[in-house]
Design a binder for this molecule. Sequence first.
Ligand SMILES: [Zn+2]
Length: 485
Amino acid sequence: MPPHSVLHRWLPGAAQLPGFLAACSVSLVACASDLKPSAPVERVLLITCDTLRADRLGAYGYAHPTTPHLDRFAKKSLVFDRAYSTAPMTTPAVSAIFTGRLPDELGVMNNKVQIAPAAISMTEVISRAGIRTAAVLSNWVLARRGLEEAGLQQGFDHYDDTMTTREANRGHMFERDAAATTDAALAWVKRQQDRRFFLWVHYQDPHGPYTPPEDCLSALQRPLTAEPKLRVGQNQRGLGELPRYQAIGEERSPEAYRIRYDAEIRFFDREVGRLLDGLEKRTLLENTLVVITADHGESLGERNFWFSHGQHLFDELVRVPFIVRYPRGCARPSSAEDRGYRRVDRLVSHLDVMPTILDAFGLKGPQGYGQSLLRAELPEHRMVAHMGAGWFGVTDARHRCFSSRSSTHLYDVEKDPFETRNLAERDGTRVEEMLGRFEILKRGLATVRLEGVAVNRDNAELEALKALGYAGVDEDSGRSEEPGG
Ligand SMILES: [Zn+2]
């Protein structure tokens, strides 16, 4: 039996997403009754950055000067080396962060749906405890659409999704750049009388098209490589060609786009630095838990995918930066010093964000796969799951295994971190064992089968989604994408 058949046996329908999503809507497990905050943490700041690969940050070993501010902040924090998103696209990934459950359980497998009112987000739990909650967002797929009680805005007192900057290649699509995002976040902070709050800021800049400020571009300039020039595709897939929405003028050099991507990260970094400085000046960073991560990564040419995401579950799309600054007195996992950073090598997931933040506030939330990272020891033998575009996969301390309808991949990431030698045919037993372990894990949790609520979008917005690379091939069709050579 080929390994991918094994996966289908363990997880019937897993590779036929979203077809197997159950139609019935069941509430998540009820929250614990004790909602009185008792922990020492006064505030939590959650920063998510769109499309930010871990390996492009100085704190993760990148040689070019993309993140001087974040690196400085990371030196006062813990840097988690093995952190994973649940999905390679925005709404599913962020919905999982906020609920602690997987995108298929939430019925949110693409950017056209949002979490149902029955889903309990961490914001609702925090808000019910009387803590102020605010979000400042810059990717319009996260903007409010349709039902007021559905979507990520659930539980937020303040949900700022104002976006007035026109995207470079599609004039009808709006976003908000990093400077305006930081301005909006600081403006909200300034208005707060109550010093206790939960603030979520989502930056959009490293998402294409890459249009960084000139000074950021200059800081990242380097010689172009001798790689063949890319042609501009007719669609947004990025397989073997430049996605149409990414094309900047006549530029066709792959390295020129990597430089532009890096420069967008530098812009984000500068503005995150300004946000953190602004909080520090108001003495609001003390006694604040800060969590910094990305929703997903980006292909920069690996497997012949260019400047795109959403198509598969290889490391470059689901591994994310994960930096946590612990307030004094908070328990934290053991770490090892390495060139000025305290690093944690245990596997963590976006699904840990909700239990960690609730724990910081002294709150209990619904049961999920995650665990609070406010603890001295993290388990050695963990397993985290990922899904999207017809793929399902699991990662453990040593291996990554993922499958589509037509193929299964297994990698020993300790020996092969770039995932170039597929061991699935040779080691079908391990594939079966890993998927079996996940199935047992899943059975141990209360069943969640929600149906996502469709977002209301007009034609211009649907066009813009296509422009962003979201509404094209896989997410609509549920078809899997086979990476090219
Ligand atoms: Zn995203």
